[in-house]
Design a protein around this ligand. Structure first.
Ligand SMILES: NC(=O)c1ccc[n+]([C@@H]2O[C@H](COP(=O)([O-])OP(=O)(O)OC[C@H]3O[C@@H](n4cnc5c(N)ncnc54)[C@H](O)[C@@H]3O)[C@@H](O)[C@H]2O)c1
Ligand SMILES: N[C@@H](CCC=O)C(=O)O
Length: 513
């Protein structure tokens, strides 16, 4: 097997790629508006309750209509997953891995098409959508190889007269609850990590991105994954989410999403349900209030570019988004000016036409972000943006608020939109103190040319993914295992060598001669 390599990103400046993307968008557009069933044990189930997935960039466009599960169907999904686990757990690791490799190959062949679905369903521009597909492919290639590694002999201290082995065996039925913001990559990563480890899953996609998840489920059927290994169960978080989390046969929950929902799941999972014979395991990756710190020794141009990319990539809707810029007083004015210029140059418009900034995902997000902008206007000096942008969708201008105090709400709370707070730090040490002054600890970046400061930051900037002299978004599978501290979650390090251990338990067999 060839060693793992990250999937390259597509260069859309190449006319051939541009044409391929346009063709994929046209193909997908012709398929918009279809209805998608639940899939339980391979059976396609349509239900009376349906939710429309709307294109946030063009509110007249229905991306798809997703059937919704109720608790009865959730029970059926758990039962089938339990039944399938009896056989799937004993399928050899390399055979399980092979399903992931086949799926990765098929997704690679249909890369533009998968990207196009994300352009329509969540409003990603072409580059963001392409990176999302590349990451999904990476997860499958990486976890497949990881399972083969974990499925092989594990090193133990030799002991005379005994033959000792350690096996990583699966846990059981998992509930996978992904977010909408990396609707393919994170959903695929969470799901395939669980199944390649030998578990079966109930996949409850995010309500704003069910169609892209349905497309992945179709792909897994197409490559021949046995029925019942992935059970596709869209439905409301409050109705079936709680039910699945509390179910006595649920062995683990793999969740990525907001702090509040993560905390709720953590509470519910801790309680033993009647008939439950294990302590449920929780993998929870949650929010962030990430920042880019700029030291007095930094290159202001590079720092400004990194700040803009970190803050406004995919409209700031990344857990890794650099929603705070903490800049040393010596460079504050120059960096602020550059960031404002670069931000004002970002054009807002239809993702289909590949504008730099698209819409935010839905009406709730739109209203919440606009409210935060109003809060921000009172907490600092408005430098760019400041409200709605034109378009038949949830468009918001990329917004910068300067001279914000360290305890301002927009410095502490996750906004999850295109809003950037600027803070002036009197010293480098103060900048790091302010960086750490949130309940989260996901990503951070430091721009500096001072070796002592870099080494200080290596120790004291408290976050799961810390970057020097580059933006704080865009972790690559295998290269930057991803996950955060404190209220950012359980630091699971998706895309890292330890990740699959979260979906397994180690069994030691010792034979005396
Ligand atoms: N740390 C990471 O790796 C990471 C990655 C992506 C997103 N995020 C975070 O995710 C959030 C944005 O995503 P979101 O808006 O989809 O988050 P969310 O918490 O609203 O939803 C996440 C998932 O939880 C489900 N859900 C809602 N209520 C539930 C309940 N009671 N029981 C079970 N499931 C329930 C949703 O349907 C969705 O599938 C942000 O806070 C972002 O920072 C974190
Ligand atoms: N892993 C992604 C963020 C995922 C959360 O939204 C990044 O590194 O930018």
């Amino acid at each position: 097997m060839i060693p793992f390599r990250n999937e390259p990103f597509t260069n859309f400046a190449d006319p051939a790629n541009k044409e391929a993307m346009k063709a994929a968008l046209a193909k997908v557009k012709a398929e918009l508006g279809k209805e998608y069933p639940l899939v339980i044990g391979g059976e396609k189930i349509t239900t009376g309750k349906k939710v429309k997935s709307i294109n946030p960039g063009n509110l007249d466009e229905i991306v798809g209509i997703q059937c919704q599960a109720n608790q009865e169907l959730a029970q059926k999904a758990v039962d089938i997953a339990m039944e399938t686990f009896k056989t799937w757990q004993f399928v050899e690791p390399h055979v399980r891995a092979n399903y992931l490799f086949k799926a990765a190959a098929e997704m690679r062949r249909r890369k533009f098409e998968f990207a196009a679905w994300m352009v329509y369903e969540v409003g990603k521009n072409w580059g963001e959508a392409d990176a999302d597909v590349a990451e999904a492919i990476d997860f499958m290639e990486f976890y497949g190889r990881e399972m083969i590694r974990l499925g092989g002999p594990q090193p133990l201290v030799p002991y005379e007269g005994e033959d000792n082995h350690l096996y990583y065996i699966p846990l059981g039925v998992g509930v996978v609850i992904p977010p909408w913001n990396f609707p393919l990559a994170i959903m695929v990563g969470m799901t395939t990590a669980a199944i390649v480890s030998g578990n079966t899953v109930v996949l409850k996609p995010a309500s704003t991105s069910p169609v892209i998840a349905a497309k992945f489920v179709e792909l897994m059927e197409q490559i021949g994954l046995p029925k019942g290994v992935i059970n596709f169960l869209p439905g409301s978080g409050s109705e079936i989410g709680d039910f699945l989390v509390e179910h006595p046969k649920t062995r683990f929950v793999s969740f990525t999403g907001s702090r509040d929902v993560g905390i709720r799941i953590n509470e519910r999972i801790a309680k033993q349900a009647e008939g439950q014979i294990w302590i449920k395991r929780l993998v929870a990756e949650m929010g962030g209030k990430d920042a880019v710190v700029v030291d007095a020794s930094a290159d202001p141009e590079e720092a400004a570019t990194g700040i803009v990319q970190s803050a406004f990539g995919f409209q700031g809707q990344k857990c890794s988004a650099g929603s705070r810029a903490i800049v040393h007083k010596d460079l504050y004015d120059v960096v602020l000016q550059k960031v404002v210029e670069k931000t004002k140059a970002l054009q807002v418009g239809l993702p289909e036409e590949n504008y730099a900034i698209g819409p935010v995902v839905d009406e709730n997000a739109y209203n919440k972000i606009l409210e935060y902008i109003e809060v921000g206007k009172k907490e600092g000096r408005l430098m760019a943006g400041g409200g709605k942008a034109e378009g038949n969708g949830y468009y918001i201008q990329p917004t910068i608020i300067a001279d914000v105090k360290e305890d301002a709400r927009i410095m502490l709370e996750e906004i999850f939109g295109p809003v950037l707070a600027f803070y002036k730090a009197d010293s480098f040490e103060k900048a790091i103190e302010v960086f750490n002054n949130t309940e989260y600890g996901l990503t951070g970046a430091l721009y500096s040319n001072d070796r002592e400061h870099l080494e200080y930051a290596r120790k004291y900037m408290h976050c799961g993914n810390l970057y020097f002299n580059r933006k704080c978004t865009g972790a690559l599978v295998g290269v930057h295992p991803f996950g955060g501290f404190n209220m950012s979650g359980t630091d699971s390090k998706a895309g890292g060598r330890d990740y699959l251990l979260l979906f397994t338990q180690a069994k030691v067999v010792s034979e005396r001669f």
